[in-house]
Design a protein around this ligand. Structure first.
Ligand SMILES: *Cc1c(COP(=O)(O)O)cnc(C)c1O
Length: 396
């Protein structure tokens, strides 16, 4: 875990800051607005004469200096050609896919992908004549066997949602490049602080900024960063679909970015401490955390990532619904709810059995997804310890 890029903290603190002429506040203001006014016809014609790729300051929907700053910061951190903002993370995924598929095409999607994306593929893309094949997230270079002449995109998410399989991204992008297929990766878990997909051959990187970038569970935002080959098409489709990021959310993402590496270091620390403690508990069958040596994807994670965020899962011994409720309902610091990446700890029962189609989930026992927040880790351990005591009590 020694590969922390040298300038990460400096980049997060300074990228996308307002310029300094003739004076400036440290932060961009919240730019609210629809209409952009021009001082005269000459500047009006000049602005409208450009394509929207070149000039977003002609209408509120197309961008503001603050949204541009956030895009530029992400583009620099991810080594992209450009970034595009969307209303939420799911909007980033669907917009990026929509930019490249047409009727008759085929896409490959990891079986451990974020659930609502499966619904999009099965209900919307299928309706538009785009076929989806779900593949085993651990397939690596053997993905070549699943390629068809009409395959357009390989979609990756590493580690996978709920079950945290680490994908061999370089092996997959190597095949994709050779066969002329695009690759798209959901990088929400790692953020560009711990992994930069474009540096590993991925064409398009997706960030649900709702999670760690905003970091305080108070807004929704998506970011798509792409290389030279893909950026212009994504910007075009995002504009045509009416994708838009609200001014408050852009402001909150820029603000979150400043402390992102610092928060992630703490999420990582707390997550690893919890994982270690949980692994020694008799109630726990298995801890699923890529940063622990026993995780099957640990070696790949260590090779490609420079850190682990605070999201991981555990499998506890099978128990009744009442016993699980006794444990979870009484927790003091762990909130019960979806989403993650904020400052607070979360826990949630999940069931991959109902969604997986390529790689069957055979584990017995209850899968729980945890998010390690920024609290004192000993308080979190104490909270879980009391929860396990209630679980044991309810079992009797
Ligand atoms: C939450 C999440 C998304 C979707 O982001 P929203 O902003 O909630 O739409 C996409 N991918 C992953 C991995 C997520 O966890």
């Amino acid at each position: 875990m020694a590969k922390q890029p040298e300038h990460t903290f400096t980049d997060a603190a300074h990228l996308g800051s307002p310029g300094a002429e003739p004076w400036t506040m440290v932060n961009h203001p919240v730019y609210r607005g629809s209409t952009v006014l021009f001082p005269n016809l000459e500047s009006f014609y000049r602005a409208y004469g450009q394509r929207y790729e070149e000039n977003e300051y002609i209408y509120g929907r197309l961008g503001t200096p603050a949204s541009r700053a956030l895009q530029d910061a992400f583009c620099a951190m991810e080594n992209g050609r450009g970034s595009v903002l969307t209303s939420c993370g799911l909007g980033a995924i669907t917009t990026a896919l929509a930019a490249f598929v047409e009727s008759g095409r085929h896409i490959l999607v990891s079986d451990a992908v974020y659930g609502p994306l499966r619904t999009f593929c099965d209900e919307e893309l299928a309706r538009l004549g785009v076929a989806t094949t779900y593949y085993d997230p651990c397939i690596g270079g053997r993905i070549e066997d699943l390629l068809r002449p009409e395959t357009k995109i390989i979609y990756l998410e590493s580690p996978g949602s709920l079950t945290l399989e680490v994908q061999d991204i370089p092996a997959i992008t190597k095949v994709a490049r050779r066969r002329g297929v695009l690759t798209m990766a959901d990088n929400t878990w790692a953020t560009p602080v711990f992994f930069k997909p474009l540096n590993h051959g991925v064409d398009i990187s997706i960030q649900a900024a709702t999670k760690y970038i905003v970091g305080h569970s108070d807004s929704m935002l998506g970011i798509i960063t792409a290389n030279e080959r893909c950026h212009a098409a994504i910007r075009r489709t995002a504009v045509n679909l009416g994708q838009y990021a609200a001014p408050d959310d852009v402001y909150l993402a820029l603000r979150g970015l400043r402390t992102l590496p610092l928060r992630l270091a703490r999420h990582q620390h707390n997550g690893l401490r919890l994982a270690e403690w949980l692994a020694a508990r008799p109630e726990v069958r298995r801890v699923i955390h890529p940063g622990t040596a026993r995780h099957p994807g640990h070696a790949i994670w260590k090779r490609d990532f420079s850190g682990a965020s605070g999201l991981f899962s555990i499998i506890i011994e099978p128990c009744t619904a009442q016993a699980l409720a006794a444990m979870i309902d009484g927790l003091r610091y762990f909130g019960l709810g979806a989403s993650w990446g904020g400052y607070e700890s979360l826990i949630m029962p999940v069931n991959p059995r109902t969604t997986r189609t390529a790689a069957e989930w055979r584990e017995e026992g209850q899968l729980l997804r945890l998010h390690a927040g920024l609290e004192n880790v000993d308080d979190l351990i104490g909270d879980l310890e009391a929860g396990f005591a209630r679980l044991a009590q309810a079992r009797r």
